[in-house]
Design a protein around this ligand. Structure first.
Ligand SMILES: Cc1cc2nc3c(=O)[nH]c(=O)nc-3n(C[C@H](O)[C@H](O)[C@H](O)COP(=O)(O)OP(=O)(O)OC[C@H]3O[C@@H](n4cnc5c(N)ncnc54)[C@H](O)[C@@H]3O)c2cc1C
Length: 479
């Protein structure tokens, strides 16, 4: 292909992969798919600088070739899969930490740095980037922005946008733009174009660098777990804590089944399953942080309030610690499962809808009903508090999916579609952390109505030829 020799001319051979065996690896992410749904790109480029990315996009633009950017390929909905072939930009070769500014509490990084690499660099200054998905070991900064993914510590620090001061992108026509302010922590000037990048899935441009706001590392963290009769009581309890002014660092409601999935470290260690009272519907894992005195005071006040809700504290430390290890400290590499052995055959598949907080329990029962209707083995539901000091949830409704069964993958997609539509009917949203990709594209109009027209125009402005990750959010021809 002519454009590949043009890429060779501008980048040199060492930044290009064209061997089919190497390309194959880039044909799938973590989303359930059969072997005939693997879409290798035609060429993989491994840029080092923003100027490399600009040169790549200029070649793509001149030749009308699709461009898909990707990071760790742990997306769970096929976002980084090159549906129409073309050029795949592997951003993991752009992982430099450019500037740490301890006084202003900011860091400037290239987009392919993993969230863990950012923290390894800033921790010696007593600072951390609190945006921490479980996949932080491999999930890149660029992808965290592009998926608008969620974080273990959302209830104190919010999602990636709460940390994002500015972002550099290469647009679909090859222009380099800086959106936002590198040093000012907020602004009321101009339009907030940087916010458009959160959840944009590489459809508006390639994220090449970002400036992120850091926070002081808390001295102490205390994690506890409480058992509730009903999921709704756990929600009411959290609301009561916030009203009482208790500072919460992390809060995750797990249905009973989901807790078992997360405590496999317990099973591995003790040979039996973590015991959960038969009456329990939900378990709340909750973290408190600060100096030792403050963290303990908040914890004690929160535990005292729990009595009002007939909740019980989990006394067995191993259950709490194994849950926290799964959630926060367990390292994993892509395609080397961090989850139970059973997953070698059956993998994790999830829908990520969002519903009004008052309807969480009702939606949980719908999730179980829909999963059972499609004969899927249920892993369970998690609700993560993701808004700073308020009670907005992101949801993970998870089932096992046998990748060897095309029929099971088809049923998983029906389950996913049905939950997406149901969440919109509940006055919620289809997506709280995975974004849309091509899978939710058919329902965008249902969720966004007339504003979709404006979204299409924005896409055209950033990507006039519709070459940036085509097929995601909008059908290719409308890009
Ligand atoms: C074990 C496991 C645990 C997980 N835990 C969480 C969790 O706690 N919270 C959560 O939200 N998600 C979680 N995920 C999902 C996933 O890890 C996240 O969505 C993550 O942000 C994806 O990062 P990545 O680097 O692997 O992205 P990829 O899969 O490579 O890409 C994801 C999307 O971002 C786009 N993209 C990537 N880089 C760029 C760039 N530089 N410019 C423009 N677009 C780009 C891609 O085109 C694609 O649309 C988990 C996944 C796994 C497998």
């Amino acid at each position: 292909m002519k454009y590949i020799s043009e890429l060779q001319a501008v980048l040199g051979d060492e930044k290009l992969l064209t061997d089919p065996a190497e390309l194959y690896v880039y044909g799938a992410d973590w989303s359930p798919r059969t072997s005939d749904e693997i879409h290798p790109p035609d060429v993989v480029v491994q840029p080092k600088t923003t100027l490399d990315v600009q040169r790549i996009v200029e070649v793509a633009y001149a030749n009308g070739i699709p461009v898909t950017a990707g990071g760790g390929l742990t997306g769970m909905l096929g976002g980084a899969v090159s549906l129409y072939g073309g050029i795949y930009i592997d951003t993991t070769t752009m992982n430099s930490i450019i500037e740490i500014d301890p006084k202003n509490q900011t860091v400037r990084v290239q987009a392919g740095a993993t969230l863990q690499e950012v923290n390894d660099a800033v921790n010696p200054y007593g600072l951390w980037l609190p945006h921490q998905p479980e996949s932080k070991w491999v999930s890149t900064v660029g992808a965290a922005i592009a998926c608008d993914n969620d974080s273990t510590f959302g209830v104190r620090y919010g999602k990636i946008l709460n940390c994002l001061l500015s972002v550099e992108i290469v647009t679909g026509s090859g222009e380099i733009l800086e959106l936002g302010h590198r040093k000012a922590h907020f602004t009321s000037s101009g339009y907030k174009l940087k916010d458009l990048m959160a959840g944009s899935e590489g459809t508006l441009g390639v994220v090449t660098e970002a400036t992120l706001k850091l926070e002081p590392i808390p001295e102490t963290r205390i994690v506890e777990m409480l058992v509730f009769h009903r999921m709704g009581s756990a929600v009411d309890y959290l609301s009561r804590l916030l009203r009482a002014g208790v500072g919460i660092e992390a809060a995750h409601i797990n249905c009973k089944r989901r807790l078992k999935f997360y405590t496999h470290a317990y099973t591995a260690k003790f040979g039996g399953e973590a015991e959960i009272p038969a009456w329990a519907e939900a378990l709340l894992a909750i973290a408190f942080a600060g100096d030792e005195k403050m963290a303990n005071a908040q914890r004690d006040h929160a535990i005292a309030i729990a009595a009002e809700f007939d909740a019980e504290l989990v006394k067995e430390r191993e259950i709490v610690d194994s849950w926290w290890a799964s959630k926060y400290t367990l390292e994993f590499e892509p395609f080397k499962q961090k989850w139970p052995d059973v997953q070698k055959a059956k993998k994790f598949g999830a829908a990520d809808p969002g519903v009004p907080v008052g309807r969480l329990e009702e939606f949980y029962h719908k999730f179980v009903e829909v999963a059972e209707k499609h004969k899927l083995e249920i892993i369970g539901m998690n609700a993560y508090l993701e808004h700073p000091n308020s009670i907005g949830f992101s949801l993970s409704c998870a089932v096992f999916v046998d990748y060897r069964s095309a029929d099971e993958i088809r049923r998983f997609r029906l389950f996913h579609d049905e939950l997406s539509k149901l969440a919109i009917e509940f006055d919620g949203t289809m997506s709280t952390f995975m974004s849309d990709t091509h899978q939710k594209a058919p329902y965008l109009e249902l969720e966004h109505g007339r504003s979709l027209v404006y979204m299409r125009e924005i896409k055209r402005l950033f990507d006039p030829k519709g070459i940036m990750n085509p097929g995601k959010k909008f059908p290719r021809e409308e890009g």
